[in-house]
Write a protein of this length. Sequence first.
Length: 413
Amino acid sequence: MHPSQILNTAIETHHPAAAACLSALGRRMFFPIGIPAQAAQAKSAKINATIGQLTNGHGAALPLAAIADHLRDISLEDTTLYSPQGGNKALRAAWGEHLAKKGDGPMTSPFCTVGLTHGLSLLADLFVDNDTDVILPSPGWGNYDHIFGVKAGGRIHRYPVFDDGIFDPNAMSTALEKIQNKGVVLLNFPGNPTGYTPTPEQLAPWLEAIRNCEKPIVVICDDAYAGFVYEPGHLDRSPFHDLADADPNRVLTVKVDGATKELCFFGGRVGFVSFGTSGEAGQALDTKIKGMARATVSTGPAVSQALVLSALNSPDLAKQQADIFALSLKRYRSLKRCLAEAKIDTLPFNSGFFALIPVKGDPETLRLNLLNDGVGVVAFPQHGAIRVAFSSIANDDIPKLVNALAKHIERQI
Ligand SMILES: Cc1ncc(COP(=O)(O)O)c(C=O)c1O
C-alpha cells in the first residue's frame, strides 16, 4: 500500500472528521522515506554517511568561527546542524509542556514551523481545496485571505465578530450554515485587528455551534497573542482546550501558536501546530504535516529553535514575560484613558496588540493625513476603521498619538 494510503486509513479509522476534511493534496501527502528519514535511522550508526551536512566526521558540528563566535552558551550542534524534520525534539516536548499547563485534552506533540504563517499555510495545504468553505473572522487578519483564499483556493466566508459594537453570539451558528461539504473555521483570540477576547460566556454559543456542526470541520485556533489579555473575566486560555471533547466524527481542532509574540521573538520565526487528537490519527496527521513541510521548507532554522528552547528552560523566563506583559498593559491602559478623555470611540478591545477605531470619513485619507503629521496607523477601509498598534508605541507617545487622532478624526466628520 502507498504510504499516503496507510496514513489515510489511520485517519479515517480514528478521526473521521479529519479524514473528511483532507484536501486532495492532503490525501496525497506522506512523509517520504528519503534522506532525513534514513539519516534519523542511522543516527547511532558508527559511520553515518547519510545526511549532506559537514561535520567533524563523528556527528559534531564544524561551523565557521565567523558564525560560531556569535553563538554563545548554546550547543553548536543544536544551532549549526540540521534540526530534525518537525523540529528540535526537546523544543517540541518543552512547548508541549508549556501548553499542557492550560489543559489536558488530547494533543499531538507541537510540530515546529517557520513562524505561525507557515503553520497556517501548511494547514491550508492539508485541508483546503476549491470545495472547502473557509470561515474567517471579520474584522480579521488580512493574511488569512491570502493563505486560505488566494493561495489554497478555498471559498471564503466571513463571520462578524461584533454586531453593532457588541460580540455577536449568533455569528458562528449562522456562518457554519454556509458549509456545503466540509469546512475550515478560524478562531483568533486575542484578535488581530480587533484586540478583543470574549468572556467564556460570550464564547459559549460559538463553541456549542461548532460542536453541533452537521458538516465535518477543522477548527484552527490561531493563538498568536496568547497571554496578552489585560482585563479579568475574559478567556485566559485558547478555545482549543475547550473543544478538546469535540466529537471526532464532526470536528478536528488544531492549535497554531508560537514564539513570535508570546516570547517576543518576532524575527525568530518559530511557530507550532498541534492537532487536538492523539494515538494513530495524531501520528498520521503529524506525518502528513511533516511531509508537507518537507516539500516546502524542509526543516526550520535550528538556531532560532535552539534559542526558544533555551528561553523555555530559563528559570528567569516567567519574570521576563511578566515584565513584557506589564509594559504592554501600561500602554493598553494609557491608550484606553487617552481615548476616553478625547472622546474617541473604539470597537471593544481588551487584549493583544491593537485597537480598532471606527471613523466616519475615508480611513485611507485619514491614514495619509496622520502620516503627514508623523503618525503611522493602518487603514481598514472595508471596516471603515483604522488600527492602532499600541504594542509598538512608547508610553510617553500615546497622548501625542491620541491628540493627532483627535485632530484628524474631527476634521473628517
Ligand atoms: C493573528 C495572527 N496570526 C498569525 C500571525 C503570524 O505570525 P508569524 O509572524 O509568526 O508568522 C500574525 C502576525 O501578525 C497574526 O497577527
